[in-house]
Structures are given as structure tokens and as C-alpha cells.
Design a protein around this ligand. Structure first.
Ligand code: SF4
Ligand code: SF4
Length: 197
């Protein structure tokens, strides 16, 4: 079992615990409320938690810094082939359009297998494609750093995503992940309760 497989299992376990905790809090808070008050409680709770969680995650990210390992420029994974991404971009998918404007596919797995091997083990058995940015320099610099594309500026955009151990955002990820998981759980549960009203 690889290091990232263990991480994935732990992530799922943590999400289940957070989900159960939020569910029982929300359930006991709304059980005696009228439909009208229940709706107001749920909407306010979600709004408040969303604002707090997003501020916490963003503020903490501003205090973190890229350590310049270059891995995210050399190891961009997609479930889509280059042709599929081109088709998606033609149909108006903005992310796909940006992705193929930056990244190109590797010619062979030999070229990327040693970049983030833990991630490759995690993807074993799945359909995936690995891309790289031809612009990154040998010493891991971006020649257009100040004008780099938005998806490069946004990376890493999800605290629950897997980062290489060398990433300067690892501390941010570890501290933000539980808040992000709780936000996902609150959204899922509150939408469920709102649909039932
Ligand atoms: S454009 Fe710059 S930051 Fe973005 S992947 Fe390429 S080298 Fe990295
Ligand atoms: S993986 Fe993290 S530290 Fe490495 S280049 Fe990307 S953002 Fe910077």
C-alpha cells in the first residue's frame, strides 16, 4: 500500500467523522423548528460557515509560499487525453482551454515516472494522462511568473488534493484540509435538509 493510498483512506475516514458530527449537530438544531425557521437556520448556518471557511483557507494560503520544486509544472494529471481536452475546449470548457494552452503530453511514461511516483501508484488502474509545461526552466523557474496563467496562480486550489512532499503549500494543506472537509459536509447536509423541507 503506497503512502498516498494511506492518505486517501485517512481522508475518507476523516470526512465520514466530520460528516457524522455535522449531521448530528444540524439534526438536533432543526428538529423542533417550523419549516420557515428551519430554512432560515440552515441558510444562515451555511452562509456563516462558508464565509469563515473560505476566509480561513485563503488567509492561510497567503502566508504560504511556493518552494520552487517545479513538480506541478512537470506533473499535471488529467483524466482526459489531449484530443479529448481539445474537444472540450472547442465546446467552451474554459479550464480545458487553459490547460492545453499551458501543458503538453509526455511522449512516454519513462519521462515522468520519477517525478511524483507516489501519485502514479495512487492512480494505478485508472485512466489518466500526464502533461508538462514546456516553459519551466531546468532550475524550476517560470519565465512568465508575473503573467503566468490563472490556473498556475491558483495552484494548489484544493486543500484535499495531493501535493508532493516538497511543496511549499504542504503546511497550508494540512491545516486547511479539515476546514475544507467540514465545508463540503455542511454543504451536502444542508442541501439535503433544504430539499426535504
Ligand atoms: S506557465 Fe509557468 S507556472 Fe505555469 S506551468 Fe508553466 S512554468 Fe509553471
Ligand atoms: S508543487 Fe508546490 S512548491 Fe512545487 S512548484 Fe508547485 S506550487 Fe511550488
Amino acid at each position: 500500500m503506497s503512502y498516498l493510498n494511506d492518505k486517501l483512506k485517512l481522508l475518507k475516514k476523516n470526512y465520514e467523522m466530520i460528516f457524522k458530527d455535522s449531521y448530528s449537530q444540524i439534526d438536533s438544531a432543526v428538529c423542533n423548528l417550523s419549516e420557515h425557521d428551519c430554512k432560515i437556520y440552515l441558510e444562515n448556518r451555511l452562509k456563516k460557515f462558508k464565509n469563515e471557511a473560505v476566509s480561513f483557507i485563503n488567509d492561510l494560503k497567503l502566508k504560504s509560499k511556493c518552494s520552487g520544486c517545479g513538480i506541478c509544472c512537470r506533473f499535471a494529471v488529467s483524466e482526459y487525453s489531449y484530443n479529448e481536452l481539445e474537444q472540450k475546449a472547442k465546446k467552451g470548457d474554459n479550464y480545458a482551454a487553459q490547460f492545453i494552452s499551458i501543458f503538453v503530453p509526455y511522449d512516454s511514461p519513462d519521462e515522468y515516472e520519477n517525478i511524483f511516483p507516489q501519485y502514479i501508484k495512487l492512480l494505478s488502474g485508472q485512466k489518466y494522462y500526464v502533461y508538462h509545461c514546456p516553459k519551466v526552466t531546468e532550475d524550476n523557474k517560470c519565465p512568465e511568473y508575473d503573467n503566468r496563467p490563472q490556473i498556475c496562480k491558483d495552484f494548489p486550489d484544493n486543500p484535499a488534493g495531493f501535493l508532493p512532499p516538497s511543496c511549499g503549500f504542504m503546511d497550508w494543506k494540512l491545516k486547511s484540509e479539515p476546514v475544507w472537509l467540514k465545508l463540503r459536509a455542511e454543504i451536502e447536509i444542508i442541501n439535503y435538509f433544504l430539499e426535504k423541507i
